[in-house]
Design a protein. Structure first.
Length: 428
């Protein structure tokens, strides 16, 4: 059956990787990919999928639009998507409701009203991002006089949803979507099996040599693109607390201009205070070898759509520690996953606030106080006993059990079977 996969862009990141995995899992189907921007289309084309760049699908400039401007853009986007669809096409749109381009959101709603089979794959929700939600309201309600909830969650049998976790499954039901129109679709985990990679000790030696860091210390890697919700300040704080035992690396810089200023401030802060973090390590060495050679992967993020960081490193025999996001990890724990050292809060002595809830300036002040000795390290360990075991050795049987669960429950093959079943149900 013909499938059209659509998204605002194919920039490196989580959604792009899922689109690539999705294409891999649907081999044999006729697939087109429609995106607003694509820095490198070779991966998509090599998978025998047609790639079409439609700039109007990309993020919409955030400003006020006249009704005429909005209507003209709507007709154009509607026409540009429509010409790629046949009667039985599944239009599989990623993050359609996130509020990055409300014109596209409304155009797809109108296509669904005309009978197009829409699968809205929700990785993230505008309801969690107030400025995005306001933008949706400004366009859809102010310009088109449509009720926002009807456009985002229409009661149409041919308009169905994919979600990444049980939390979002329940959220959609509360928003009025019937259970039969929701597919719980955990992301596939597609790293190579570790037997295809170098020995762990060899990988670490090579990586530490390339990054010019001490291989006798632990290597702790945060495999992430640095954006606000990834809580990089907490990662830097932990690097100070464990600087005698570990080297800390983070893999990717932000791409969103809104996030770049925050990132630059943290790099400047680290340089001025001689905090030895390897930034952009994923651009300096092979990413899989980096994770393979790490003693631990860590996450300090306080918000995730799926939480791939909790799963992928185990396939490379690298344990995952750090901040627990309960509504994400509960699904993994229900599958039998063991996480040796996750914590829910990081308390700061003298402040009755979780470190993640402090703004950038206050986080920097706390870290500066530790560096100067005004705030004694041992008090943080007293307030947060979990820190005493954060980087304890992880038993081999835990790693092996977690790897088995990933292979059984998060395989690419199983993902493709789920998708095809849902598509067939939609086509009837």
């Amino acid at each position: 059956m013909p499938v059209v996969i659509a998204h605002s862009h194919l920039n490196p990141g989580g959604v792009t990787r899922i689109i690539e995995s999705q294409i891999d899992s649907l081999q044999g189907e006729e697939i087109k990919v429609l995106v607003g921007a694509c820095p490198d289309g070779s991966k998509i084309k090599s998978k025998n999928a047609e790639l079409h760049i439609i700039p109007d699908l990309n993020y919409l400039e955030r400003r006020k639009y006249t009704d005429q401007e909005a209507m003209e853009m709507l007709h154009k986007v509607h026409r540009e998507i429509r010409e790629h669809l046949t009667r039985d096409t599944i239009l599989h749109f990623h993050n359609l409701n996130l509020g990055k381009n409300p014109i596209v959101t409304y155009a797809v709603y109108l296509l669904a009203k005309e009978g197009v089979k829409v699968f809205n794959h929700a990785h993230d929700f505008a309801e969690d991002r107030p400025s995005n939600y306001s933008f949706l309201e400004e366009i859809i309600y102010d310009n088109f006089s449509q009720k926002l909830n009807e456009v985002l969650y229409p009661k149409l049998p041919n308009y169905q949803f994919g979600v990444l976790n049980s939390f979002d499954f329940d959220r959609l039901k509360e928003l009025g979507v019937t259970e039969d129109r929701i597919e719980w679709l955990p992301n596939p985990v597609t790293f190579h099996a570790s037997e295809d990679l170098p020995e762990k000790a060899d990988a670490k030696q090579a990586i530490c040599k390339e990054l010019n860091i001490d291989a006798d210390k632990l290597l702790v890697t945060y495999p992430v693109r640095v954006i606000q919700r990834k809580n990089i300040g907490e990662f830097i704080l932990l690097s100070i607390l464990f600087r005698h035992r570990a080297n800390f690396a983070v893999t990717q810089p932000p791409q969103n201009p809104v996030e770049i200023e925050m990132y630059k401030q943290w790099i400047k802060f680290c340089n001025e205070n001689e905090i030895d973090i390897v930034f952009e390590a994923g651009q300096k060495v092979n990413f899989e070898n980096l994770l393979r050679g790490s003693d631990f992967c860590i996450t300090t993020s306080y918000k995730e759509g799926f939480g791939m960081v909790y799963l992928e490193p185990w396939l490379l025999d690298t344990p995952v520690v750090g901040r627990d996001i309960d509504f994400i990890t509960r699904d993994f724990k229900n599958d039998g996953f063991s996480f040796p050292t996750l914590y829910y809060k990081l308390n700061i002595p003298g402040i009755k606030t979780d470190f993640k809830d402090l703004n950038l300036k206050m986080q920097m002040e706390i870290i500066s106080a530790i560096l100067s000795g005004k705030l004694e390290k041992h008090k943080l360990f007293e307030q947060n006993p979990i820190l005493n075991t954060l980087f304890s050795d992880v038993k081999l049987h835990i790693t092996e059990k977690n790897k088995t669960i990933i292979k059984n429950n998060y395989s690419l093959q199983g993902y493709g079977i789920k998708l095809q079943k849902r598509y067939k149900k939609m086509v009837g």
